[in-house]
Design a binder for this molecule. Sequence first.
Ligand code: 4AD
Ligand code: MG
Length: 445
Amino acid sequence: MTELISIRESSKHVDEEVRMHVWLTDKRSSGKIVFLQLRDGTAFFQGVVRKNDVSEEVFEAAKGLRQEASFYLTGTIHEDARSHFGYEIQISDLEVVSNNEGYPITNKEHGIDFLLDHRHLWLRSRRPFAIMQIRNRIFKATVDFFENEGFVKFDAPLLMHSAPEGTTELFHIDYFDHDAYLSQSGQLYGEVGAEAFGKIFTFGPTFRAEASKTRRHLTEFWMMEPEMAWMHQDESLDLQERFLSYVVGQVLEHCEYELSILGRLEHCEYELSILGRDLDKLRPAAEGNYTRLSYDDAVKMLQEAGKDFKWGDDFGAPDEAFLSERFDRPFFIVNYPVAIKPFYMKKNPENPLTYLCADVEAPEGYGEIMGGSEREADYDTLKAQIEEAGLNLDDYSWYLDLRKYGSVPHSGFGMGFERVIAWICKLDHVREAVPFPRMINRMQP
Ligand code: 4AD
Ligand code: MG
């Protein structure tokens, strides 16, 4: 029986007869030959059907295939230096499973709204395929990295009664007779995990009622949040740098094909797409050595450039873009003012107007991709900070218990998956970094 293989496995089967199950993305034919553009979820390549090599029936079936037809095929793999993928298949037989007319995403240029309305089908196209494969690689690299570092995967709840990242962006839900919120962050529960297991990371969806329509904000996004007991902020920065370098290195190592097809306009791309990914711009990020720029120095840089920015302001997207031009790789901004960060952070002993915290800024103007801090570990100080933030102490009594019993210095951070993907893939909006984006004006499909 002929072996069933995936397109991705072609290189191991050159000049062999194989079977495949595929979908048709595009077709060209002349009198005696039909070129079929095929995909199977692992890669895209070309199938060739020659009238002289196949039965009349098979040739007619090939000619009659419509976009997104699904079928089994039998054929022989050949090397093909001219094609992007490097291989093609000479088809000898095919068996159609589904072949309907009217696939809505055609070869003309479609607008982004049309494509997002058809996201359930658009995900089959090259560019979303490449982005989602890279997303998957980043997920795998994340799990591998933290496993190697001795972390435990720890699951935080999504239905919450607390508001770790401030009360303005909460999704409120009716929870029987109580108020509840969708999780903004799993961090506070991650801290529970750190005291139970030492080092943990959470990974899950988080929700923010962001009314802003920016390129960086989703209302539902995926966040990975490590939390480390017995770790101070400087060691956490070392870990963050090691982690992000590893992730970028893994993408560069394993996703060459995906990075190369990201910008290809062969099939149903849209007018906003930025073409291609300049890998030389990505490589430094895999090398580590990320600058630790203080908030104070960042403010000076902006002021010296004549920007209207006061100590105490938070950086806007143009400020972050300006700063990122000075670096060829991600960089930290450390020790932000207390007033612009959440209540759980530990104050900087050298300047109590600032926290022991840091954001990681991506290069090329992509802005904040990670944020974290050392956590306040002292019971009375934390209690005061909760009260100053105007939060209800009763909601945080369990969180304060962590400071009552066996409190230890601990630190953690959160990485927004879609932000990292948008930067690595050089997307112009985070909506393309998740299969089904949720934004203020989009809930469908
Ligand atoms: O900076 P944030 O709000 O930090 C936290 O939630 C902390 N609890 C993390 C921690 O220390 N455990 O969010 C963390 C990251 C940001 O750096 C950004 O990458 C991403 O989450 N993020 C968003 N991504 C997409 N859409 C949004 N609306 C986002 N808000 C934050
Ligand atoms: Mg932040």
